[in-house]
Design a protein around this ligand. Structure first.
Ligand code: NAI
Ligand code: SOE
Length: 390
């Protein structure tokens, strides 16, 4: 079986999730398409790098990510840093002929997203952007039902992503609240996950009409370090301005005539990782809530009137990716499994010389949708989304 050496850049939250996926992927999906070898981990300094390498099972560590690019032994570059570093690393990796998995959003600016897409387009490498939630088995099952026509022609899509980890004004001004690093706030951070699933399930988005707000205009400064997602307090230190959005709500028009909406906030007390998707079609409806991610709710118009209503399908062996996961429905799919499935599809594309979605083209198209949302929030008008197809 082919071994593929991975160089991981960034040993924070996503460094952990991706490392787990590389270790576990062959345990779930056997025979594995290829064996990921955790070779080198790069962090911001030597101490962080060697600690993370030890913890996440990497053979070596470095404080200089360029060593990974220059290393002929490395086949796969995994970008799990804050958003502003994605472009520089990805473009260098593409030039060096490495396969790339890059965390979302693709980059902190649309110009960078375009440059990343152009760098990989003809490079003959596999590229993927890590919008992992579409790989929740229940979401993949929704896609299967839609493709089979089980709910007919799609009329509308409603998606939310609601969290509360930054609702406290004393939670620190980490990199996620700095435009120069993150690019945008809630929109790029979590709104993009729902936009990815809107495109996956309902089709390409053609126009948007949005409202955006920054509810907490300043926060206690955090200089450097991983984002602890509201679990640490900024204390009484100096505060600085937040220059990104806290909340976004947008209406959508799809190219196929469907309509919809996306709402995202990190200031919704009581909501944790509340991703919901509701899709209505001419023949039925589908509902998904990530906080109950083993379940897909479906209602079919063909059911007798006296028993029509939402029923619950618990995902298991009969469903997408089920053969590789757990042997009984409802044993429990977790966040880790979405990343294991993501790694499986990525390594499968490399092993088979194929492509995978979502990739840098999708990441760039989502950046263009984000631009249209920002413009609409500023002008109050419907804004047409530029398409990378031209
Ligand atoms: P984090 O703040 O937990 O970790 C980022 C790590 O990158 C830190 O440990 C930091 O020291 C390191 N880093 C910074 N500069 C570096 C450099 N020059 N070289 C090497 N390492 C460097 O951030 P987190 O949550 O892991 O986010 C990373 C990326 O993953 C972001 O793009 C974020 O949007 C994305 N993300 C995606 C998720 C998903 O569900 N797909 C979940 C969380 C984050
Ligand atoms: C914080 O909002 C965050 O970690 C996002 O960055 C991720 O993309 C999301 O999956 C979980 O929440």
């Amino acid at each position: 079986m082919q071994e593929l050496n991975v160089g991981l850049i960034g040993g924070g939250f996503m460094g952990k999730a991706h490392s787990l996926a590389y270790a576990a992927m062959p345990m779930f999906f056997w025979p594995a398409p290829a064996m990921p070898v955790r070779k080198v981990l790069a962090e911001a300094n030597d101490e962080l790098a060697s600690t993370a390498a030890k913890r996440f099972g990497f053979e070596r560590s470095t404080s200089n990510w360029r060593e990974i690019i220059d290393d002929p032994e490395i086949h796969v570059v995994d970008i799990a840093t804050p958003n502003n570093l994605h472009a520089e690393v990805a473009i260098a990796a593409a030039k060096a002929g490495k396969h790339i998995i890059c965390e979302k959003p693709l980059s902190s600016t649309t110009g960078d997203a375009k440059a990343m897409y152009e760098a990989v387009k003809d490079a003959g490498i596999v590229h993927m952007v890590a919008f992992n939630y579409r790989r929740t088995p229940a979401v993949a099952l929704a896609k299967k039902y839609i493709e089979e026509g089980a709910i007919g022609k799609i009329l509308s899509f409603r998606g939310t992503y609601l969290q509360d980890w930054s609702a406290d004004p004393d939670s620190p001004l980490s990199w996620r609240f700095q435009k120069s690093i993150a690019g945008s706030g809630t929109l790029g951070d979590i709104g993009t996950h729902v936009i990815d699933m809107a495109r996956y399930l309902a089709g390409e988005i053609s126009e948007v009409n949005a409202i955006m707000r920054t509810w907490i205009p300043e926060r206690p400064v955090q200089s450097g370090g991983a984002d602890l997602l509201g679990t640490s307090k900024g204390g009484g230190g100096p505060r600085a301005a937040v220059d990104v959005d806290d909340e976004v709500i947008t209406m959508l028009k799809f190219q196929n005539g469907a309509i919809g909406s996306v709402e995202a906030t990190r200031n919704a007390y009581g909501r944790n990782n509340f991703i919901t998707l509701e899709i209505h079609g001419t023949e039925g409806s589908i509902y998904f809530n990530y906080e109950r991610r083993d379940e897909l709710q479906v209602c079919f118009a063909s059911d007798e009137g006296d028993r029509r209503g939402f029923r619950t399908v618990y995902t298991g062996p009969a469903h997408p990716y089920g053969a590789g996961l757990w042997p009984i429905p409802a044993l429990g799919i977790g966040y880790g499994e979405t990343k294991i499935i993501e790694a499986y599809d990525f390594f499968k594309a490399i092993a088979e010389g194929g492509t995978v979605s979502p990739n840098f083209a999708d990441g760039y198209q989502i950046a263009l949708i984000d631009d249209a949302i920002v413009e609409s929030a500023e002008t109050g008008a419907w804004v047409a989304v530029e398409s990378i197809q031209g």
